[in-house]
Design a protein around this ligand. Structure first.
Ligand code: PEP
Ligand code: MN
Length: 345
């Protein structure tokens, strides 16, 4: 259930509604909007009686939420959410490019790729230190030393960093070293990990599970919002289908579907979405045209030597050309390239 306050409602009236919710043993989630405050209610097993709130001063309306997610819904917050990643806005009219190697392999490799993606115009540096690999015999990532490398390189080039957390322990480490936590496709329905990420107050990049519906993606995000963390960016990264011309099927219609249902930003990862280097840039352009809020692109200066996802890594020049093409596409959906506020290097 959602309680929408009038535009003229005072802070005291909002507080009274929150107190009434708490008195019923439920959890209140005030959601400030541009026009008015909405208050989401969670923790109820069945329906809550609207009459309890309808006559409280400052209440405009009480809306029963028909779908299972509440706080991520546009009903809860009509305006687009902008997530700030250490100075870089993602969402709203800001289009952000996340780029970097699939894995942090070594200090020189990470620095070389980071310098190149920054020069190409990317705003956020990615790099995995805890890798969820299909085979236990392949490179599993450098672990904590990898995060140290990524942090140092991020500082050196002046870019915020994002890295994947696989479990509770790696979540603690990613929280310590990074600006944003990535929850990967394989963990999208790891509800205990989602709750823990929700208890941090860090931005989270939540990737769509490879067999997850849009509703399941939104429900996964809801876990974090329900814990009080509203800084969630969604990511379409392809789903498993019968098609074998790509690694996954990049579902760009999911971007449109999510934007209709939710206020959260959604970016697109055409690297995992296609798995093939020659398909990455064309699908990245398509994502920009469809109205995504950003891109995540895997880049390597020498893809043949990459320790993971070599087949889908683009070289820095390809990223640079793509980013040069974005200003022709982004105005179509009222967006512009996000500008990093932190300037250095
Ligand atoms: C990644 O971004 O490195 C990754 C493993 O992605 P996904 O979880 O989408 O497979
Ligand atoms: Mn990868």
């Amino acid at each position: 259930m959602l309680i929408v306050m009038t535009m003229a409602a005072t802070a005291k009236q909002v507080e009274q509604v929150i107190e009434r919710i708490a008195a019923l043993g439920l959890k209140a989630h005030p959601i400030p909007g541009a026009q008015r405050v909405a208050i989401g209610i969670t923790g109820n097993q069945g329906a809550v009686e609207p009459a309890v709130f309808e006559n409280l001063p400052g209440v405009l309306e009480v809306i029963p939420v028909s779908h299972p997610y509440k706080l991520v819904s546009r009903e809860a917050k009509p305006e687009n959410t902008v997530v700030m990643v250490s100075g870089v806005p993602v969402g709203g009219d800001n289009f952000a490019v996340f780029a970097g190697p699939c894995s942090v392999e070594a200090p020189e490799q990470t620095l070389t790729v980071a310098r190149a993606v920054r020069k190409a115009g990317a705003q956020i540096l990615r790099g995995g230190a805890f890798k969820p690999r299909t085979s236990p015999y392949t490179f599993q990532g450098l672990g904590e030393p990898g995060l140290v490398i990524l942090r140092d390189v991020g500082r050196e080039v002046g870019m915020p960093i994002v890295s994947e957390a696989l479990d509770e322990r790696s979540l603690e480490l990613v929280t310590k070293y990074c600006d944003m936590i990535q929850i990967g496709a394989r963990n999208m329905q790891n509800y205990s990990l989602l709750r823990l990420a929700g208890q941090t107050r860090m931005p989270v990049l939540l990737k769509r599970g490879m067999a997850a519906t849009v509703e399941e993606l939104l429900m996964a995000a809801e876990y974090m919002l329900a814990e009080g963390n509203y800084q969630v960016v969604l990511c379409e990264r392809g789903i498993r289908t019968f098609a074998d011309h790509t690694r996954n099927t990049l579902d760009l219609a999911a971007v449109v579907a999510v934007q209709r249902l939710s206020h959260l930003p959604i970016i697109v990862d055409p690297s995992h979405g296609t798995g093939k280097r020659h398909k990455v840039v064309p699908m990245a352009r398509a994502a920009a045209a469809v109205g995504a809020d950003g891109l995540m692109i895997e880049v390597h200066h020498d893809p043949s030597q990459a320790l993971s996802d070599a087949a889908q890594a683009v070289v820095p020049d390809e990223l640079a050309q793509l980013i040069q093409q974005l200003p022709a596409l982004l105005p179509l959906t009222g967006r512009h390239l996000s500008r990093a506020l932190r300037l250095s290097a």
